[in-house]
Design a protein around this ligand. Structure first.
Ligand code: PFF
Length: 450
């Protein structure tokens, strides 16, 4: 495996992994989950999940990946024995399903990018809602955008890790951050925006039901790309002297910061123009065009340019995430089936495109495409974020906390003894007890056993 390549610099590592973490999970999923689960109380539980369970879980995956320097399935097998490869297989399956439905939403972003260039999103709040409904229920267009997005991802991934991923993530992350900050200020200055800020900052615990815990857990893992073997795959390209705990903490902080900014961009504007906070997956699409129009009404050209820039950056943020999902399966097929990277990438592209088409139709032209009372898109989202990701993270914790060779884990954690051991015991304690116990308790609670 000596020719697998590594990331060029330490900054590139953090940026590329952060590029995987930061995406539609922060800017699309976090606001609508927060809106559906009552606001600030959900956010508090979400933070608890990120810092208590997310960071130790990220370190877990990093340790496995960097130690083994191979695809996810083989990596888990190397740590725990053949049977543990199952975590890798589960991760590959999960990321493939996620890529399928994620591409649909990324496709909506592409449509919005072109619509904003053409000036088609300019209208009152009712028009904006109608625009979204009309577009998303078209039988052909959203499918084409979704498949198109998978194809764009395919092109980047089949070029290889160094060229594709590094170049994309280095450039755009800081730009996205700046633009988000501008939009937060613009949104908070709209009339009546205070109610939206209150919604985000004043917890109302009466809204906390049993499902809120699982949804916060799922959101935290989804947003950190945790439980899919994505972090394990990326860590297989890390350098030996990367401080894994530090990198995980930096990424989790950045990821949470961007999610909060997205909330502060969406809710003040939503309250200002009368969009319901619990509007679900359409929330950002029916809120944002109002921000661009209302907040920049005195300078329409600025609003026009900012809207284009924003959708372009959103598309790129989504792309750095879809690249990471695609990479997991591509490396696996490449290394296990001995296919060329190109062929391996095609297998994934075809599977994900099929999932994308069905998911897209299920929220549009064929709303009878349902499973367990949910549209196929919602079902895939629920299945992966709330069931498969926590299961992947749970199994990895058991592996690293209870099964793996302690000395090997310690060596990997401390980079062969060159880093201080202070945090090793705390991390080990949380991986052995806190992470698995919390996940089990949340599952039991959700399914009414507790
Ligand atoms: N973390 C990404 C986001 O927040 O948009 C989504 C994601 C990427 C999930 C990679 C899973 C994954 F393997």
């Amino acid at each position: 495996m000596s020719n697998r390549g590594t990331f060029g610099s330490k900054l590139a590592i953090v940026l590329a992994t952060a590029g995987s973490a930061v995406g539609l999970g922060n800017i699309w999923r976090f606001p609508f989950m927060t809106g559906q689960n009552g606001g600030a109380a959900f956010i508090l539980i979400y933070f608890a999940c990120v810092f208590l369970l997310g960071i130790p879980g990220m370190v877990n995956e990093f340790l496995v990946g960097r130690h083994a320097q191979t695809n996810a399935a083989r990596a888990y097998g190397q740590i725990g024995g053949r049977g543990w490869r199952v975590i890798g297989y589960l991760g590959i399956l999960t990321s493939t399903i996620i890529l399928g439905f994620y591409a649909v939403v990324a496709g909506w972003c592409l449509q919005y990018l072109f619509a904003s260039i053409a000036g088609q999103l300019d209208g009152d709040p009712t028009y904006v809602v109608t625009y979204f409904k009309t577009f998303s229920s078209d039988p052909v267009k959203p499918c084409l955008w979704g498949v198109g997005f998978v194809l764009i991802t395919h092109v980047v991934v089949s070029q290889g890790v160094e060229k594709g991923i590094e170049r994309a993530s280095k450039l755009l992350m800081p730009l996205l951050l700046v633009l988000l900050l501008i939009l937060v200020v613009a949104s908070c200055m709209l009339p009546g925006a205070v109610k939206g800020v209150e919604f985000l900052l004043k917890p109302d615990f009466s809204k906390v039901s049993s499902k809120v815990f699982l949804e916060a857990l799922g959101q935290a893992f989804f947003s950190l790309s945790l439980g899919t073997a994505c972090l394990c795959t990326y860590a297989s390209y890390f350098k030996r002297d990367t401080n894994l705990l530090k990198s995980a903490t930096q990424i989790a902080l950045l990821d949470s910061f961007i999610a909060i900014l997205a909330g502060l961009m969406i809710f003040p504007a939503a309250f200002s123009v009368g969009v319901q906070p619990d509007s679900g997956p359409s929330l950002i699409f029916i809120t944002l065009p109002n921000v661009f129009r209302e907040a920049f009404s005195a300078m329409p050209v600025v609003g026009y340019v900012i809207s284009i820039l924003f959708y372009a950056l959103l598309v790129f943020a989504a792309l750095t995430s879809t690249i990471s999902m695609h990479e997991i399966g591509t490396v696996f097929f490449h290394e296990e089936l001995k296919l060329t990277r190109h062929r391996a990438a095609w297998i994934l592209t075809v599977i994900c495109s099929v999932i994308a088409v069905f998911c897209s139709l299920s929220v549009g032209a064929y709303s009878n495409l349902q499973l367990f009372g949910m549209s196929l898109l919602d079902f895939c989202d629920f299945l992966t974020a709330q069931l498969m990701l926590p299961t992947g993270a749970f199994l990895t914790s058991i592996l690293m906390g209870w099964v793996a060779n302690r000395q090997l884990v310690k060596d990997e954690f401390t980079n062969g003894g060159t880093l201080r051991e202070t945090f090793f015991r705390t991390w080990l304690f949380s991986v052995r007890y806190i992470v698995p116990l919390c996940i089990v308790l949340i599952f039991l609670h959700q399914f009414g056993i507790l």
